[in-house]
Ligand binder design. Structure first.
Ligand SMILES: [Zn+2]
Length: 261
């Protein structure tokens, strides 16, 4: 970094501030931004780590689960002490992230995210990261974010494959423009049954966080794409994604997942 460029926040963010794509202005915007990380498992934990290191102003971490031994190969924020303590993931993640970056606000929320609390959680953030492990929660988040006009970044991983989509309400497609309603219980494969490779989760999280940093620093959208990743083959395939004019969520604004059953 040239000596005549001061680094905002001291030396900590010098490498990001030196990046033309972020710069001091972008770094300042990040320091003024709030992000909700919904789910702190394999992809959510990696998202939270990258965001905390990048100097977000405020991170809200929502997860209802406790750290288990089978989480350690894929969930990079946790260790054996968290397993022994049966620590809630949101609290264990907050503890780890505060040790990484004490300059930012980190708020753990140990709770199940449902139609009863999602709008309040989304309302506190400028952007939401999807770290959920099921499509029901993602459709709920899609409804709440589109209704509030808040951007969110979808990310899913299964086995060695992943998908990423940045949703910018009012501009590009939402999740329901691209995917139909979730299948009935038990018909969708899960990581519990199908497995997940830790590097696939990290790759999905890295791409999601990059999309989030672009939105939060005010970068112009360079198209709307659904990214399909296969880390075993080393391939990434972006496919142009378009809004459906009759989309029940962003088209007709019928937020059915937010309504009580
Ligand atoms: Zn839509």
């Amino acid at each position: 970094m040239p000596a005549d460029i001061p680094s905002p926040g001291g030396a900590r963010y010098a490498r990001h501030a030196a990046l033309g794509k972020i710069g001091q202005r972008g770094q300042r915007k990040l320091s003024e931004s709030s992000v909700l990380v919904l789910g702190c498992g394999s992809i959510g934990g990696a998202q939270a780590m990258f965001l905390a290191r990048a100097g977000l102003g405020r991170l809200i971490l929502a997860d209802r689960d406790y750290v288990q031994l089978c989480n350690l190969p894929t969930q990079i924020l946790y260790d054996e002490n968290d397993v022994k303590e049966r620590a809630p993931k949101a609290e264990a993640a907050a503890r780890r992230l505060r040790a990484i970056n004490p300059e930012i606000k980190i708020e753990p929320v140990v709770a199940d995210v449902t139609a009863a609390n999602i709008e309040e959680l989304v309302g506190q953030a400028d952007l939401v990261m999807d770290g959920a492990d099921n499509f029901e929660t993602r459709f709920l988040l899609n409804d709440a974010a589109v209704k509030a006009g808040k951007p969110w970044v979808y990310g899913g991983v299964l086995g060695t494959d992943g998908m990423v989509l940045a949703v910018r309400p009012g501009q590009g497609p939402c999740l329901r423009c691209l995917f139909d309603l979730p299948a009935a219980d038990g018909r969708l494969p899960t990581c519990d049954a199908f497995g997940v490779l830790n590097t696939a989760a990290a790759w999905v999280a890295a791409l999601q966080v990059t999309e989030a940093l672009k939105i939060l620093t005010g970068a112009e959208p360079d198209g709307y794409r659904l990214h399909t990743l296969d880390i075993w083959r080393g391939t990434a395939s972006p496919v142009a994604a378009e809004r459906k004019p009759n989309c029940p969520c962003c088209g007709r604004r019928n937020f059915e997942f937010l309504k009580p059953a």
